[in-house]
Design a protein around this ligand. Structure first.
Ligand code: FMN
Length: 178
């Protein structure tokens, strides 16, 4: 992504409006988007993730590369959306359905970003899916689940789009034909 190109609040708002059209059981609309758009807010996010990493990682398991990456990603993207699912413990709609709904919203967001020529990437370092991160966002960790980060930004000019592949459809599809 091109770190020199900014993303406007209007464009991010349009992406989130598209995200909201995800399916939602009981119209619960469990997605909560925490948007880090300005460089100071992205730096705060990066530093917050690094400090959670320090707090939750036993010394023997500390990996300096992983910690450094937490500090780089949010500074390099033009915007970061922390994805959160609002859940109701023991409620009518099970937690997995709310997480599925937020995942659909995430896909809508990324498709809308692609449509506008933006790059996006869903990343889930363990700290960004932790109850500590939920609390860092100012939310109750009993009723919210953090589902990682979506990085957004403009592709670097002249760079070919990243190539990706998927297994053939027959590897994951069973036709029940009677
Ligand atoms: C919930 C979720 C979390 C993910 N977390 C990571 C991650 O932390 N690191 C990573 O390299 N890819 C992660 N991915 C995969 C990438 O977002 C991406 O799908 C993958 O690199 C393949 O690229 P493509 O989707 O453009 O084909 C995650 C995907 C999902 C659905």
């Amino acid at each position: 992504m091109d770190p020199t190109r900014e993303l406007s609040r209007e464009v991010v708002t349009a992406l989130l409006e598209d995200a909201q059209w995800a399916p939602t059981h009981g119209m619960n609309q469990p997605w909560r988007f925490h948007v880090f758009l300005t460089l100071p807010s992205r730096a705060q996010l990066a530093d917050g993730l690094a400090s959670i990493y320090d707090a939750v990682t036993p010394t023997a398991k500390r990996d300096e590369d992983k910690r450094t990456k937490l500090g780089v990603g949010p500074r390099r993207a033009s915007a970061v959306v922390a994805l959160v699912a609002k859940i109701e413990p023991h409620g009518k709609i099970p937690e997995w359905e709310e997480i599925a709904a937020v995942s659909c919203a995430a896909q809508n967001l990324m498709l809308s970003a692609h449509e506008r020529g933006l790059g996006s990437f869903w990343s889930s370092p363990p700290v960004a899916a932790s109850p500590e991160f939920v609390r860092w966002l100012g939310l109750d960790d009993m009723t919210h689940r953090a589902l990682g980060l979506i990085y957004l930004g403009w592709p670097l000019p002249g760079q070919p789009a990243p190539q990706s592949t998927r297994a053939p459809l027959c590897a994951c599809t069973t036709w029940h034909e009677g």
